[in-house]
Design a protein around this ligand. Sequence first.
Ligand code: P6P
Length: 338
Amino acid sequence: MYTGPTSTTQGITLERHILERQLSIPGATGDFTGLFQQIALAAKLINSRVRSAGLAGVLGLTGDTNVQGEEVTKLDIFANNVLVRSVEAGGHLCVMASEENEGIIPIPDRFATGKYVLMFDPLDGSSNIDVDINIGTIFSIHRRLTTGRHGGEADCLQRGASQVAAGYVIYGSSTVLVYTAGQGVHGFTLDPAVGEFFLSHENIRIPTKGKIYSVNEGNTYLWSEGVRRWVEGMKTPGPDGKPYSARYVGSLVADFHRTLLKGGVFAYPADQKNPQGKLRLLYEAAPMAMLAEAAGGAASEGSRRVMEVVPTSLHQRVPLYIGSSEDVAAAERLLRET
Ligand code: P6P
């Protein structure tokens, strides 16, 4: 007899949520729904391996054989392979790009192609796996620009503002998939007892102003004067007599998920070592920016919306200031003044 949580078993599954969205869109073909179901399957498969990584002796190892004598691959390579194999045969995509692959990932000739482009970081923050810190999968979906059977790099190099959908899966104390397709931001928690994602965070709205800042202050010596002044300003007690609180996990999905739910600001500024910042535009900053804006927040590269940046290469980096609209605006203001 199933004795899992009653609330989720009576809830709305991710599949139903996507289908209901499809029904509300005139002319929808079910392509997006099919693609999203494949992404959700990949998330479940990755989740299963991430949860068992410690037991199977595959924490951060590569090329070794584990206790079962299996060929061990790094978790992020595993996640990459799972994502590619889960979506490549569905006929919904014309091309893919991944943090793990230098070039584009074409759809094998034996499969049909479709109108969407999928870009992803299969397992962001994977260096945190060995210390059991939250990690995540980030994805971005565009419509293709080119015609013909296969898509190409031109279909990937689109502004964030052109995204059809964006989302992430956070493998934390629970596994939550958060996505937007332009009609609000919604979170679904995986019920491991039934292997389904159930709606748990409907229409997430990010507070207009928060009291948490999240940045790696170990980089202070590399920052511009403007970034230093911005951070120092948040460490100075405000009108309420309190400064902001500092929270930094060092895993983008974890730091963003907290910022989305509690407000405040996360930043990875440009610095002398990373003049374009550290985070990747196409499959990290742009999808998070779509989510932040869809939840009423903001995402800037320091002086303009991340979603306006026109990509010139697959793995290009971009500075990122993301979170509550007032906090991001304050960062832009201070950076302008110096
Ligand atoms: P740092 C993880 O390695 C990552 O790519 C992001 O998930 C995270 O936000 C950032 O790098 C952390 O970088 O330099 O603070 O360790």
